[in-house]
Design a protein around this ligand. Structure first.
Ligand code: F3S
Length: 59
């Protein structure tokens, strides 16, 4: 699946990095996708945990 972060929506809460550090990392207070093509389930969990729905996960 493909993972994206909308940098304009991200408020830097850090939930995605806490849940799925293999895929997300913080850069300058925003989440950055390190590995956009992944099968890791935690990417989906991070998407649902994000308070501003900045993360999109496509099949
Ligand atoms: Fe940003 Fe949402 Fe992650 S606000 S830091 S993309 S949990």
């Amino acid at each position: 699946m493909k993972v994206k972060v909308d940098q304009d929506k991200c408020i830097g809460c850090g939930a995605c990095v806490a849940i799925c550090p293999q895929v997300f990392e913080m850069r300058n207070g925003k989440s950055y996708v390190k590995v956009s093509n992944t099968d890791l389930e935690c990417a989906k969990e991070a998407a649902s945990a994000c308070p501003v729905q900045a993360i999109s996960v496509e099949a």
